[in-house]
Design a protein around this ligand. Structure first.
Ligand code: SF4
Length: 302
């Protein structure tokens, strides 16, 4: 089995979004740990599918990203991924995104200052549309802002979107959920007419049961390997020890137990369901996502 790897280059972020649950304790990858990551990749590359840079805001540590890519691309072969809030982008970074990355997620929401006028021309100049998804993060009460952002990007020719209502950390009122359903239906109906529109969560995974469990292994900034990047959030911190696998110096992914990996993923799904029932509106939120997944795929004849 091949695994997707997520690496925390830093836990720091230059934003403070109200819904964010990431533990931002300003821990960065050290020079020593950077070398250990490279040894890990060299030793395990046959078992690695994609390699994702994550945070906090990963581009706060662009020199580390650059260093890792220049010394591991023989093995990863331009199959890097990144999630960024787009605030730290310059020509050098844009060139890296174009050259080495196969998937790019730009997170935009109603709280950060996504700069349409600055970012859109670069996307076209560097020819990134085909591998770019906008994480359209939707907070309760701000559904209309997300709808406007979608429309603005769509009108500007952008076609990759990942619709992400906020899970776990915010309560959804009935009215918010109704508004969310309307926004979702509008976007999905556009996608049924316009086949160039790519909706990441739906068309990639064909959800019938929405979940945030993403089937990846996670390396934190201190080079510890976990069953999930969820351990970087307050909500899941309490089960950090259970999800810890080993320090990466000693990991051999070819000997890694696939059964154990799946059983941990199942255990997390069960815990996710339990947590959902503790936060107002979360179960309904999942039902809406499931409903629209089926709606889209049925109407697409799948
Ligand atoms: S940009 Fe991302 S990591 Fe930073 S505070 Fe917002 S949600 Fe959290």
């Amino acid at each position: 089995m091949k695994y997707n790897i997520i690496l925390h280059t830093t836990t720091a972020c230059n934003y403070d979004c109200s819904y964010c649950d990431v533990i931002k304790d300003n821990i960065h990858l050290s020079l020593e740990n950077r070398e250990k990551i490279l040894s890990f990749i060299e030793k395990n590359h046959w078992s690695i599918n994609r390699f994702k840079f994550f945070g906090g805001e990963p581009l706060l540590r662009f020199p580390d990203i650059k260093y890792i890519i220049s010394n591991s691309n023989n093995f990863i072969q331009n199959n890097y991924e990144i999630v960024t809030n787009t605030t730290i982008l310059n020509d050098e970074i844009w060139e890296y995104l174009e050259t080495y990355f196969s998937l790019i997620f730009f997170s935009i929401d109603s709280e950060n200052c996504f700069d349409f006028d600055k970012v859109l021309p670069f996307i076209k100049t560097y020819n990134l549309e085909y591998k770019l998804y906008f994480n359209l993060i939707i907070s309760p009460g701000k559904e209309h802002i997300a709808a406007d952002q979608f429309q603005k990007l769509y009108n500007a020719g952008m076609r990759g979107f990942n619709i992400l209502p906020v899970y776990f950390t915010q309560k959804w009122e009935k009215e918010d959920l109704t508004n969310l359903s309307q926004v979702m239906k509008n976007i999905l109906d556009i996608s049924l007419k316009d086949k160039s529109l790519r909706l990441y969560g739906f068309t990639e995974n064909l959800w019938e049961k929405s979940s945030l469990i993403n089937e990846s292994l996670f390396i934190n900034s201190e080079n510890k390997l976990y069953y999930s990047d969820f351990v970087s959030t307050y909500f899941w911190k309490k089960i950090q020890n259970e999800l810890f696998i080993e320090n990466i110096d000693v990991v051999d992914l070819s000997k890694f137990s696939e059964d154990e990996f799946h059983s941990q993923q199942n255990a997390m799904s069960e815990l996710e369901n339990k947590i959902n029932s503790q936060v107002q509106g979360q179960n309904q939120l999942h039902k809406i996502m499931d409903y629209f997944s089926v709606y889209l795929n049925k109407n697409n004849g799948k």
